[in-house]
Design a protein around this ligand. Sequence first.
Ligand code: DX5
Ligand code: ZN
Length: 222
Amino acid sequence: MIKISPSVLACDFSKLGEEVKKVEEAGADMLHLDVMDGSFVPNISFGPDVIKSIREQSKLCFDVHLMIDNPDRYIDTFVKAGADIITIHYESCENQREVLKMIREAEKKAAISIKPMTPAFVLDPLLPYLDMILVMTVEPGFGGQKFMEDTMEDVRMLRAMIKEAGYHIDIQVDGGINAETAAIAAEAGANVFVAGSAVFKAKDTKKAIADIRAAAEAAFTE
Ligand code: DX5
Ligand code: ZN
């Protein structure tokens, strides 16, 4: 099933509550929340208190993308803040399996992300612990970058690995996603699409989400 997850990183933070409401009413399936610590990535965004404050105003599935070192320290905090899906980075810790287990023990969906230079095969032993895999289609840290098409090799390989092992794992793509690149990623096997600029900077939010969804649905082949 195709899902669209607008990234609030591209919204007007002075009107955060209204911006979240806007994408919820425009047909978003999830809300992508990019947490950056200034160490794992060279940028700082927002933390659990901000997520908690918008949790009270939204029924959307909260898709929390943790770009932080040693995320095991904060799983409990983000669970309490209202996360529904928690994505950690493969490159951010040594104990990925334990952290994924912690997320599932808290009855949340567990996900892991790989940066563009990390090969997809490293995730093979972690498949039993995953509800979603995020393939970064830009170097993490900033919105508004250009989609890296060579990451589609990883999406293709992961879709094949998941199918062969018989799991139901979503594949999410994040970075430079618009209707055109969503079609490319869906064709490779992605089914969850994060879009920051393409949704929040669009004049017509509803149309922007609908266009990404339509392009992805037309191109997706299981
Ligand atoms: C980048 C973030 C993305 C970012 C996407 O590190 O993980 O979620 O907000 O923004 P766009 O869609 O503008 O590339
Ligand atoms: Zn993200």
